[in-house]
Design a protein around this ligand. Structure first.
Ligand code: FAD
Length: 385
């Protein structure tokens, strides 16, 4: 779409190349699949090897671990382009990168890094991340899943709900309460006492696998405890910060798709013998959409620069995630309205983006939670409880 503020001049050649490569992949291979995948309620798993081949798994990690050593802006641009296709595919990539490979890289032993990361970068192993539980969502400190120390390992009991990739994952990064606080574990799919079930009948993120993880006296060997996760909840929260960074870019990708699709439509759709794009009220919608997309892109770019030098704070990331999700869903709803009746058809893609964004607004910290993060930062007063 139009680059009114010449942001492209701010990106490196490599970043632009990555964006164009992912954009072409999405236009050629992703978008054409999504209508059918969404209707069927199936994640197109054929795309997994494609995203691995493009180097999008472990993008910012060192080559030693199968990573692409790309900049955080490149990662953000990849998320933006993937979500132009569908939030489900971007969610898959976010989970593998930020919620699974990142904690192994950040908190794992050398052995764990060697065992898992290269295979995850090649998509030979798929991960999922279990933090949310049936009774513990916005308040992860209330988690009930326990890990009890036993000889040679740990015994896990409890369950995790609303977990992306749950039933296609080869391993789960699971957060459980121990006598010494919350710790992270790598639970492999064939461990005894571990099972997963898919959640059906979703009307959002239909082309993404979401499910439940169940632990019934599940034995996890000592070798699968993440040794660096001895900082309690700070460990999973740092993973969420990584993922929220990608979501800030991704949600705007969905908004860009809605804007582009609808602009073409409005220029050709005629009512009252004129293209609907000629009406002032419709133009006002487009003016709002372009303004909010551009503002969010500027914010993401600056956030990416800060992230690259490790100076992006969780508050900055909360602000960007909250802004991107709020504005993207507003833009999707405006676009849906401009399409009239066609707006509710999957053929026009916008309703799919709009419904997907309902999940993106909720996961990785709801709008309310990010509002409270900002409120606490601004006032110094914690209003969570
Ligand atoms: C499609 C999908 C995929 C997901 N994937 C994953 C995953 O891979 N891994 C994972 O661990 N989780 C995942 N989640 C879970 C997600 O992170 C949680 O749904 C989210 O954190 C919110 O928790 P909750 O649904 O329990 O809502 P609740 O925490 O029960 O919140 C319900 C409402 O109350 C509001 N609320 C709660 N506390 C406060 C407060 N203090 N002040 C004001 N308002 C408040 C919330 O903002 C929300 O509007 C996924 C969710 C979805 C929908």
């Amino acid at each position: 779409m139009e680059d009114l503020f010449k942001l492209d001049e701010q990106y490196s050649q490599e970043e632009l190349l990555i964006r164009e490569t992912v954009r072409r992949f999405v236009d050629d291979k992703v978008t054409p699949l999504m209508e059918q995948a969404y209707e069927a309620g199936e994640f197109p798993t054929s795309l997994i090897t494609d995203v691995a081949a493009l180097g999008l798994l472990g993008m910012t990690l060192p080559a030693q671990y199968g990573g692409s050593e790309a900049s955080y802006i490149s990662y953000g641009l990849a998320c933006q382009e993937l979500e132009r296709g569908d939030s489900g595919l971007r969610s898959f990539v976010s989970v593998q990168n930020s919620l699974c490979m990142y904690p192994i890289f950040q908190f794992g032993s050398d052995q764990q890094k060697d065992n898992f990361l290269k295979k995850m970068a090649r998509a030979e192993l798929i991960g999922c991340f279990g933090l949310t539980e049936p009774d513990s969502g916005s308040d992860p400190a209330s988690m009930k899943t326990t890990a009890k120390k036993v000889e040679g390992g740990w015994q896990l009991n409890g369950s995790k709900l609303w977990i992306t990739n749950a039933t296609i994952a080869d391993l789960a990064i699971v957060w459980a309460r121990t006598d010494n606080g919350v710790r992270g574990f790598i639970v492999e799919k064939d461990f005894q006492g571990f099972s997963s079930n898919e959640i059906k009948h979703k009307l959002s993120l239909r082309a993404s696998v979401t499910g439940e993880l169940v632990f019934e006296n599940c034995f996890v060997p000592d070798a699968n405890l993440l040794p660096g996760s001895d900082i309690g909840l700070k460990a999973p929260l740092s993973c969420l910060s990584e993922a929220r960074y990608g979501i800030a870019w991704g949600a705007i990708g969905a908004a860009m798709a809605c804007y582009e699709l609808t602009l073409d439509y409005a220029k050709t759709r005629k009512q009252f013998a004129k293209p609907i794009a000629s009406f002032q009220l419709i133009q006002a919608d487009f003016a709002d959409m372009l303004t909010e997309i551009t503002k969010a892109q500027c914010l993401n770019l600056q956030l990416g620069k800060l992230k690259q030098t490790d100076s992006a704070s969780p508050v900055m990331i909360s602000l960007a995630k909250r802004n991107a999700c709020r504005e993207a869903i507003k833009i999707a709803r405006q676009a849906r309205n401009i399409l009239g009746a066609n707006g509710i058809s999957l053929e026009y893609h916008v309703i799919r983006h709009m419904n997907n964004l309902e999940s993106v607004l909720t996961y990785e910290g709801t709008d309310n939670i990010h509002t409270l993060v900002l409120g606490k930062h601004i006032t110094g007063i914690n209003a969570f409880e």
